[in-house]
Ligand binder design. Sequence first.
Ligand SMILES: Nc1ncnc2c1ncn2[C@@H]1O[C@H](COP(=O)(O)OP(=O)(O)OP(=O)(O)O)[C@@H](O)[C@H]1O
Ligand code: SF4
Ligand SMILES: [Mg+2]
Length: 343
Amino acid sequence: MFDDSKTKTVLQVEDLKMHFPLIKGLMRRRVGTVKAVDGVSMTVQQGETVALVGESGCGKSTLGRTILRAYEPTAGHIHYNPRGSDNVVDLAGLNNNEMQKYRPDLRMIFQDPFTSLNPRLPVVDIISEPLRANKIAEGVEAKDRVADIMRKVGLRPEYMERYPHAFSGGERQRIVIARALVTNPHIVVADEAVSALDVSVRAQTLNLLQDLQDELDLTYLFVSHDLSVVEHIADRIAVMYVGRLVEFARAEDLFRRPLHPYTEALFSAIPIPHPKLRGKQHRVQLPGDVADPANPPSGCPFHPRCAYARDICKKEVPELAETGSGRTVSCHRADELALKGVL
Ligand SMILES: Nc1ncnc2c1ncn2[C@@H]1O[C@H](COP(=O)(O)OP(=O)(O)OP(=O)(O)O)[C@@H](O)[C@H]1O
Ligand code: SF4
Ligand SMILES: [Mg+2]
């Protein structure tokens, strides 16, 4: 379990932006900019699990991928403190060559174990691929590492010569996890890592991820639509809306007492399969769709959908501000609103 009394900042993201060109028409002309991530600042402590939540299209995957430098950020900083080192490096400022050194430290667990595994490769080749790609190990040494990580994720190393089709959905997800962890990473972005699994396998996989976190000293950025999963696994939750964080707080605080109207609406709209809570949930309507990140509304981007909006909300962008006790929120009215939680 994460102990926040002895924290070390492993990641400090500062005003990070990831904008994509918006291309339209037969001539493939650039007609605008999709501000998928638009000024995110957050710190992540070693060994914790930070969940990224928000409706589809809010920029969760883009934020995760940009932090791993799958993309070249448009602006901002990604200060990273490698394991066992006092140095801090800004990943956002590195070119691809310089970034190679850190690629093994920052890894991604992908969503779908059925499409993300090459059916024509034996499992040993699939899991050892990042070792070869990052020039970490090959031959017997790579095989030994594959056997070791297979044991850790609960797969039998004797099966490493088999092909993906010989494994069940849950086992395939363990192969995906093994491939991410074989480089001994520090930070792992799990993007909907358990979403494709059925309920019982999902619970086992979440427990496995938690055991591995303790054993291997991993820090997780956990992207999920499923708030019951998030409740189970997250130490802190970052709520995103149209490329920005609107609230960032300890998981329990957010479930008990959200400070941002979007958090209140998002959490209340999604049923939590918790026997104690069933039927007691206070539901807030979340009208309309997520704003277009190529053309976000003025002021607070949530204002067209917010039941608490006032004139100022249309005009001024609220800052993401500290509220004390480690919480941050970006709402003009955060101090005066008494929003309802779901716990
Ligand atoms: N490579 C890209 N090129 C152009 N636009 C992109 C690209 N990747 C994402 N976007 C756009 O950026 C916005 C955020 O997308 P993103 O995939 O990060 O959202 P998400 O929160 O992960 O959504 P979901 O919950 O559906 O996975 C969307 O409007 C998406 O269409
Ligand atoms: S700033 Fe205004 S519109 Fe935005 S969430 Fe707060 S009350 Fe709603
Ligand atoms: Mg996504």
